[in-house]
Design a protein around this ligand. Structure first.
Ligand SMILES: Cc1cc2nc3c(=O)[nH]c(=O)nc-3n(C[C@H](O)[C@H](O)[C@H](O)COP(=O)(O)OP(=O)(O)OC[C@H]3O[C@@H](n4cnc5c(N)ncnc54)[C@H](O)[C@@H]3O)c2cc1C
Length: 383
C-alpha cells in the first residue's frame, strides 16, 4: 500500500490544513503502510491482547506523545488525520488510539497540574491504558440518568454500580468514571473520578463485539477513592463528559473517512479486475454510478470533517460543525461499505476478508459518542 492511500491529496492541499498536517499525514500513512501486512495477518481472537500490543506499538512509535502533560494544546486536524490513517489500515489500531486520546483529553482539560503530571505520562508512552466509563445499563444516550453512585466517606468516596460498553475496560490501568454524588436523577449531582483500574472491588467482564475489540462491563463494589480522585469540580461531571465527547466528535468522522476510503479503493480495484459480460465490472454503468456516488460522499465527508477540525483549532464555534461532520461521515461510511460489499458480490461476504471485516467494523460509528438520532437533535437545536 502506498503511504498516501488513506488520504485525498486534493483535500490535504486546501488552506484548511498547514504543512505540519501534510507532513503528519505522510508520516502516519508510511508508518501504517509498513505494518499493513503484519496487521492483516494478526489473530484478533483475543482483542484484549491485541489492544495491549497496539498500545505498546503506538506508544513506542511516538504516536501518543502529544498526550503528555507539557505538550502544546490539542490539534484536532492532526487527531482526525491520525484516526483516518489508522482506521484505513486497522480498526483495532484506531480503536486503541481513540480511547487513549479521549481519556487524556478529560485529564488535560479538567485535571489539576498534579493529576496531569501523575496520569498523562503513562498514557502518552503507551505503558498505561485508559478507559472512559460513562455508559450504564440504564443510561447511554441519556447520561443524565446515570445512577452509579459515589457516596462521601471520610475524606474520600465509596463507588458502587455498573458501567457498560467500556472500550479498553478489560485492559485499563486507569478509568475516568462518571458517578452520582448528589441527589438524582438529573444532570446535576454527577462528578467525574480518576480510578485505578486495579482497585479492590473493581471487576471487568469482557463483552464480545460484532468486530472484536477490547470492550467490557465494569462492576464496582465498595471501591474506595480519596478526594484527590475527583476530576474537575464536584457536581460538574456531566460537563466534563460532554466536553470530552464534543471535542472527540469530529475525530469519529475522521475514522469514518478511513473506513470509507478503504472500502472504496478495494471496490474500485475489484471492479477494474473482475471479468463480466465480456468486459469488466467497472465497465457496467450501474457499477460506475455506484463508484461515483461513493466518491462524492467521500469528498463531502472529508470537507465537512476538515471544516469542523479547522474551526475547532482556530477557536471558532465548532459544535454544530462537529455534529454535522460526525453524522454525515459515519452514515456515508456505512453506505459506502455496503455498496463496496455489493460490488464484491459473494466474495465480499467471506468471513475474515477485508470487505467483510469493514462491514462489521464500521457499524459502531453510528452509535458510539452519540447515536445519529441524538446528533440530529443537537444540529436541530443549533438551527
Ligand atoms: C464500540 C462501542 C464502544 C463504546 N465505548 C464506550 C466507552 O468507552 N465508554 C462509554 O461510556 N460508553 C461506550 N459506548 C457506549 C455508547 O456511548 C452508547 O452505546 C451510546 O451512548 C448509546 O447508548 P445506548 O447504547 O445505551 O443506546 P440508547 O441510549 O438506549 O439508545 C438506543 C437508540 O435509541 C435511539 N435514540 C436514543 N436517543 C434518542 C433521541 N434523543 N432521539 C431519537 N432517538 C434516540 C438511537 O437510535 C439509539 O441508537 C460504546 C459503544 C460502542 C458501540
Amino acid at each position: 500500500m502506498s503511504p498516501s492511500e488513506a488520504f485525498d491529496p486534493d483535500i490535504l492541499a486546501l488552506p484548511l490544513y498547514d504543512n505540519i498536517h501534510r507532513a503528519l499525514a505522510a508520516d502516519i500513512g508510511e508508518w501504517c503502510g509498513d505494518r499493513a501486512e503484519a496487521w492483516a495477518a494478526m489473530d484478533t481472537g483475543d482483542p484484549a491482547a491485541v489492544g495491549r500490543t497496539m498500545l505498546t506499538e503506538l506508544g513506542r512509535s511516538g504516536w501518543l506523545r502529544h498526550l503528555g502533560p507539557d505538550q502544546p494544546g490539542p490539534d484536532t486536524r492532526a487527531l482526525c488525520l491520525r484516526r483516518q490513517a489508522l482506521a484505513y489500515h486497522e480498526d483495532l489500531a484506531d480503536f486503541t488510539y481513540s480511547i487513549q486520546e479521549l481519556v487524556a483529553t478529560a485529564i488535560s482539560r479538567h485535571g489539576t497540574a498534579e493529576q496531569r503530571h501523575r496520569e498523562l505520562p503513562g498514557l502518552a508512552d503507551g505503558t498505561r491504558a485508559g478507559a472512559l466509563a460513562l455508559s450504564e445499563p440504564g443510561a447511554g444516550s441519556d447520561l443524565a440518568a446515570a445512577v452509579f453512585e459515589a457516596i462521601p466517606d471520610g475524606d474520600g468516596f465509596v463507588l458502587n454500580g455498573t458501567k457498560t460498553w467500556i472500550a479498553q475496560g478489560d485492559i485499563a490501568d486507569l478509568c475516568v468514571v462518571l458517578a452520582r454524588t448528589g441527589d438524582g436523577p438529573g444532570p446535576l449531582g454527577l462528578t467525574a473520578f480518576l480510578v485505578d483500574a486495579r482497585a479492590a472491588g473493581l471487576r471487568a467482564e469482557p463483552i464480545g463485539a460484532i468486530a472484536p475489540r477490547s470492550w467490557a462491563e465494569l462492576t464496582f463494589t465498595d471501591v474506595r477513592v480519596g478526594s484527590e480522585a475527583v476530576l474537575g469540580e464536584r457536581g460538574q461531571g456531566l460537563v466534563v463528559a460532554l466536553d470530552v465527547l464534543e471535542r472527540a466528535r469530529t475525530s469519529v468522522a475522521g475514522a469514518a473517512l478511513g473506513f470509507g476510503r478503504r472500502a472504496f479503493r478495494l471496490a474500485r480495484g475489484h471492479a477494474r479486475t473482475r471479468k463480466a459480460y465480456g468486459g469488466r465490472l467497472a465497465d457496467l454503468q450501474l457499477v460506475r454510478a455506484s463508484l461515483a456516488k461513493m466518491d462524492v460522499e467521500l469528498s463531502a465527508a472529508a470537507l465537512l470533517t476538515s471544516r469542523a477540525a479547522w474551526a475547532t483549532d482556530l477557536g471558532h464555534d465548532y459544535a454544530k460543525h462537529a455534529s454535522t461532520a460526525k453524522l454525515y461521515a459515519t452514515e456515508a461510511a456505512g453506505e459506502i461499505v455496503d455498496r463496496a460489499v455489493q460490488i464484491f458480490g459473494a466474495a465480499g461476504l467471506v468471513a475474515g476478508s477485508p470487505m467483510e471485516r469493514l462491514y462489521r467494523q464500521v457499524r459502531s460509528l453510528r452509535i458510539y459518542e452519540g447515536p445519529s438520532e441524538v446528533i440530529e437533535m443537537t444540529i436541530a437545536d443549533a438551527l
